[in-house]
Design a binder for this molecule. Structure first.
Ligand code: NAP
Ligand code: MG
Length: 502
């Protein structure tokens, strides 16, 4: 059987299974309906058709999940687990994701729309790596002894310890559902926390499978709960006094609502929010390499990526040549149903997102930008939420298509001549998530890397992400950093202990 027909066969089997009953919430190790009995439809963005019904969790369900997570936090089988055993559980979970990789990849494709080859290579492979990486941390994450100098001259021992922050509400978006869940669940569990995961309403299915696999791996009931549902379920988690921390990825608007909603018990909050990342191209850049990576940086995942390089600052001397090359890459993308072979560009996640992207193209046109390529629905694709890869030239620094996050496959191109003005323009943004710099001039590369206000800077590359290096934003792109030691710190409290030895 060819890979494509195998993918279709897995999709068929999954859908048949999913249709038999509504998917429940995962609370205290069991799949349960919402207290209200309500459900909602998971929709396939490539067809607009229902995949299955999913429990619509609300405040009462969140409360039950928080109680389960609090009990699990205090349960000696989790609280007192040795670092080696905790590590082993996370490794086992990584192995189970790997065992079910093909199925999970197809499930994500059905729910989110992105090509199955990409869900397999990026989301599922990435999630396996994330669990393996954080499985290594429990045995390495500890405190220090510190050389304090008490005035009395007393002999004092001072040391620090790390404790899990407690019950964590993890609220994730629909653009990389499995990866975003893994980025939060893995360090939270490695740090000894218990969690309630709230996936986006558009993409609840892989989150539920992940929690089932965690149970199969031997992670105790109540440690990893999932509440599927709408924004109100997320808001209930944020407001709940039994939750010690919220980790959120999504829009800046909801991020701000979370900051307001969490003041009741001043729970810890970390935020990975939107971006409007600049791609800065100097006259000496390798244009072929830059064009390929800039095209991937805005069209990968249909532009629904927080780090999408959506503002292009091309030096005037190479602007037209570069744009022509990027447009050429856009034209070569194969648009279609993500289950089909050779497809590398799927639909947007929902009709709502399609309307949003389309309205920005209209706004850009009205503001005076010019469509180089794309701008709407691909010809002949009437079903599903497909939108063409789009490039808009002659964009101006005050245009909304340059200032606001579109979250779709739309590149806004500007040209520049003066380096100081370029830096000012690149930094003239509410966001500061990431930036790309394209040049072979070593000094310019490092000067610009230092001058750009962004949490991640890529030089002659773009969108590289690794569990070992921190990821997060300056300015309104967020609070805190995921990945690496920084992620372990997000999910722990540090305690300083003073012992008088005199
Ligand atoms: P969103 O509203 O920020 O959703 C992210 C998550 O937050 C979802 O699980 C959502 O649940 C939940 N949520 C919504 N309202 C909440 C509230 N008041 N309190 C707590 N949780 C809440 O993002 P979206 O509506 O899916 O997308 C809108 C725009 O956000 C996009 O067009 C894009 O610009 C941006 N976005 C950015 C990222 C990123 O990675 N930076 C990711 C996704 C979206 P529901 O799904 O049930 O609403
Ligand atoms: Mg869906």
């Amino acid at each position: 059987m060819s890979v494509a027909s195998q993918t279709h066969a897995i999709a068929e089997r999954l859908q048949t299974g999913l249709r038999t009953a509504a998917r429940g919430l995962i609370i205290d190790g069991k799949s349960v309906p919402a207290r209200s009995g309500e459900t909602f439809a998971a929709v396939n963005p490539a067809t607009g058709e229902e995949i299955c019904q999913v429990a619509k969790g609300g405040e009462a369900d969140v409360d039950l999940a928080v109680q389960a997570a609090r009990r699990a936090l205090a349960n000696p089988s989790w609280r007192d687990m040795s670092a080696v055993d905790r590590s082993q559980l996370l490794y086992r979970l990584a192995e189970l994701i790997e065992r079910d990789a093909e199925e999970l990849a197809v499930l994500e494709c059905l729910d989110n729309g992105k090509p199955a080859t990409l869900t397999r290579a990026v989301e599922i492979e990435g999630s396996i790596k994330t669990f393996r990486y954080f499985a290594g941390w429990p045995t390495k994450f500890g405190g220090e002894t510190l050389p304090v100098s008490p005035r009395s001259g007393a002999k004092i021992l001072n040391y620090t310890t790390r404790e899990p922050v407690g019950v964590c509400g993890l609220i994730v978006p629909w653009n990389y559902p499995m990866s975003m869940a893994a980025w939060k669940v893995a360090p939270a569990l490695a740090a000894g926390c218990t969690v309630i995961l709230k996936p986006a309403e558009q993409t609840p299915l892989t989150a539920l499978r992940l929690a089932e696999l965690a149970l199969e791996a031997g992670i105790p009931a109540g440690v990893f709960n999932v509440i599927t549902g709408f924004g109100e379920a997320g808001a209930a988690l944020v407001a709940h006094p039994g939750v010690d921390k919220i980790a959120f990825t999504g829009s800046t608007e909801v991020g701000k609502a979370i900051v307001h909603g969490s003041t009741g018990n001043l729970k810890k909050v970390s935020l990975e929010l939107g971006g409007k990342s600049p791609q800065i191209v100097l006259p000496d850049a390798d244009l072929d390499a830059a064009a390929a990576s800039i095209a991937a940086g805005i069209f990968f995942n249909q532009g629904q990526t927080c780090t999408a390089g959506s503002r292009l600052y091309a030096h005037a001397s190479i602007h037209d040549a570069l744009l022509a090359r990027i447009a050429d890459h856009a034209a070569r993308l194969t648009i279609g149903n993500g289950l089909d072979a050779g497809v590398d560009f799927g639909p947007l996640v929902s009709q709502e997102q399609w309307d949003r992207v389309s309205s920005y193209v209209e706004i850009g046109r009205a503001e005076g930008a010019e469509i180089v390529t794309g701008g709407g629905r691909p010809a002949g694709m009437d079903k599903g939420f497909f939108f063409q890869p789009t490039i808009m030239a002659n964009a101006g620094r005050d245009m909304r298509i340059v200032r606001e996050e579109i979250f779709g496959p739309v590149l806004s191109a500007l040209s520049w001549t003066d380096t100081d003005d370029l830096v000012a323009q690149a930094n003239d943004s509410d966001f500061g998530l990431s930036a790309g710099i394209w040049t072979n001039d070593l000094k310019q590369a490092h000067r610009l890397a230092a001058a750009v206000k962004a949490g991640t800077v890529w030089v002659n590359c773009f969108n590289l992400v690794d569990n070992a290096t921190p990821f997060g934003g300056f300015k309104q792109s967020g609070w805190g950093r995921e990945h690496g030691r920084q992620a372990m710190e997000l999910y722990s409290e540090i305690k300083s202990v003073w012992v008088n030895l005199s």
